[in-house]
Design a protein around this ligand. Structure first.
Ligand code: UDP
Ligand code: MG
Length: 318
């Protein structure tokens, strides 16, 4: 059995569409399946529409969050519910085509534990695309594990890896595609065309995207912390050289490269230097603070999400 996990946040205009496309593409695979819809605290009719669908389709399960917790927590909750031998994660806005699921399943049957989609052409604005591009390349550069370029959350995960994600990689700040890569096992990517959103607005606000990017970069790397050390060494060393130059210059009262000691400007270089160093120190403090903040959040061991209700077959046919 395959469990299909769909996170939804205010997707009333897409719910019925994704359901019907999932059902019609299910004819291309032989396995039975369940549909796990996660309602991430929607305040539109998403839940109502889901319940209506579940009335007539026993394969549907619905998890309702107590508020909006975010895409990654929604996926996490869906995975916890999986009863199948493999889970498929797919966005609810039809950017990931359900018609591609059979390809994921094929690879799984060949023996791969993780089959992830690689986005070939993005149908998003150019600035979003270039931001994504930059992000994935930066991520690859700094992270200590190999996170495949341009792989999103659209994927199939074998039960064994689902269990690793559920019970062993239990951190709070979740970057699912990173954790998935971290888990290991046999992984392979398949390229697919990413469509544009079927209807509605993107639910990832700028703030949520920035959080996702920070989670990705900081959760899988301590490289930003090391930048502080490198920068420190670099600045200390170069200012030592500059200092030595001016001391020699004054001691021996000789002209070097046109500088005579009496003309050496003081206040400007001093000012610039102070502000430059001040800026650097603030940035580095910020980086350190970011990690400490994460530790603070992690040690509290709060759950990444809170479930208000779960609707399964029984509960729906009250
Ligand atoms: N989503 C969610 N919670 C959120 C934001 C998004 O469950 O807080 C869902 C959303 O409904 C969609 C998927 O995550 O099914 C991807 O979101 P979106 O399309 O907004 O992201 P983008 O495609 O722009 O990365
Ligand atoms: Mg989308």
């Amino acid at each position: 059995m395959i469990s299909i996990v769909v996170p939804l946040y205010n997707e009333e205009s897409n719910v019925e569409l994704i359901y019907s496309r999932l059902i019609s593409s299910s004819s291309s695979w032989k396995e039975s399946f369940e549909l796990i819809f996660v309602d991430d605290g929607s305040y539109d009719n998403t839940l109502l529409l889901l319940k209506a669908l579940a009335e007539s389709d026993k394969r549907i399960k619905i998890i309702k969050f107590s508020r909006n917790f975010g895409h990654q927590p929604a996926i996490t909750a869906g995975l916890k519910m999986v009863r199948g031998d493999a889970a498929v994660i797919i966005d609810g806005d039809l950017q990931d085509p359900p018609e591609q699921i059979y390809r994921l399943i094929e690879k799984w049957k060949e023996g791969y534990h993780v089959v992830y989609g690689i986005r070939k052409n993005r149908k998003e604005s150019w600035y979003k695309r270039s931001a994504y591009n930059l992000f994935y390349r930066l991520l690859k550069m700094v992270s200590e594990i190999d996170i495949p370029l341009d792989s999103g959350d659209f994927c199939l995960i074998d039960k064994r890896v689902v269990n690793v994600l559920n019970f062993e990689l239990t951190e709070y700040n979740r970057f699912v595609r990173g954790l998935r890569a971290y888990a290991g096992f046999r992984q392979i990517g398949i390229a697919y065309k990413r469509d544009s959103r079927a209807a509605g607005e993107a639910k990832y606000t700028f703030k949520k995207l920035v959080k996702l990017a920070f989670d990705g970069l900081l959760d899988f790397s301590t490289f930003p912390l090391r930048i502080a050390t490198y920068l420190g060494f670099f600045i200390a060393f170069s200012s030592f050289l500059v200092g030595a130059f001016f001391i020699l210059n004054r001691l021996f009262d000789i002209e070097i490269w046109g500088y005579s000691p009496s003309e050496t400007p003081g206040i400007v270089s001093l000012g610039v230097g102070v502000f430059f160093l001040g800026g650097l120190v603030l940035i580095i403090l910020g980086v350190i603070g970011e990690y400490i903040g994460r530790m603070y959040i992690e040690v509290k061991r709060r759950p990444p999400y809170i479930i208000e209700e779960v609707f399964k077959e029984k509960e729906i046919n009250h």
